[in-house]
Design a protein. Structure first.
Length: 280
């Protein structure tokens, strides 16, 4: 997810699996998982920030300029500077719902979910059709276990933009947490059709497919996830588990060991290897 000058959307991450038992695909937490933030150091380069600051000096009362610079700071991982700029934008224009949404993303990075929730609520109060705020608020609700509220927000996000893969993906995570893997797979099918390059929906669909006994199809999904992101210990672990379940134990162990190379001590990978050893 990339913070932009006018709006941002959230993407959740699926959980890992263990042999014979899936962990919940929607119980992630912490800044490394939600939101998935693509930091672009170039956005915070001296030249870029200097140019944006010059625009502010020319028009110090223009809230859009602060929102744009705040977005650059956010993309660069300079969250306190971003927070200050979004706050200034809001002070200059209390009706600036995009700035509320952007500031909510920063609050989430700073582990301040209540402040983020307040900003999402305000963004929606100002513009009831602003879809990114429903995605963000829905993810907060999902993380806190308020699944009915999360589902309502993701339903609204899908209605407002039927072409947004992230809306279907996030709603699928709620379906998974409720054990409704048929509905989850339908939403993940839609997410993948809309964005075939994103790795997380394949991983999530693989989790649901394992739950309903479609091991070969799950294997294909985890392979697709790994092909799109070879640096994910979670994806390699899930691939290895599916390989073992479909009869390729040696390749499965190799995949799980690859996960441990990428992330030494990764719990689901260690658990999977122990379970494999116990069953052999």
């Amino acid at each position: 997810m990339r913070l932009i000058a006018t709006s941002s959307a959230l993407r959740g991450l699926a959980g890992a699996v263990a042999l014979g038992l899936l962990a919940s695909a929607c119980t992630t937490s912490g800044p490394t998982n939600e939101p998935s933030w693509v930091v672009d150091p170039n956005a915070g380069s001296t030249a870029n920030i200097s140019s944006l600051s010059t625009a502010i000096q020319r028009e110090p009362q223009n809230p859009v300029n602060y929102n744009v610079r705040g977005s650059a700071y956010g993309q660069a991982g300079q969250f306190q500077a971003a927070l200050a700029d979004f706050t200034t934008a809001i002070q200059l224009n209390p009706g600036f719902y995009q700035a509320y949404n952007n500031r909510a993303l920063i609050y989430r990075q700073l582990n301040q979910p209540q402040a983020a929730l307040a900003d999402y609520n305000q963004a929606i109060a100002l513009n009831a059709d602003y879809q990114p705020a429903y995605l963000g608020r829905g993810t907060l609700y999902r993380q806190s276990g308020q699944l009915d509220f999360a589902m309502a927000d993701f339903d609204r996000a899908v209605t407002l933009n039927t072409s947004d893969a992230k809306a279907y993906y996030n709603r699928a995570l709620v379906f998974q947490s409720r054990g409704n893997h048929i509905r989850a797979m339908a939403d993940l099918d839609a997410a993948i059709a809309l964005d075939a390059n994103s790795s997380e929906p394949y991983n999530a669909r693989g989790l649901s497919r394992l739950q309903v006994g479609k091991d070969k199809e799950a294997l294909q999904d985890f392979a697709a996830a790994v092909n799109r992101n070879k640096q994910s210990a979670e994806f390699w672990t899930n691939l290895g588990i599916a390989q073992i379940r479909t009869g390729d134990a040696q390749r499965g162990r190799d995949s799980i060991n690859r996960a441990l190379v990428l992330k030494p001590g990764y719990g689901p990978a260690r658990d999977a290897l122990r379970t494999t050893a116990a069953q052999s």
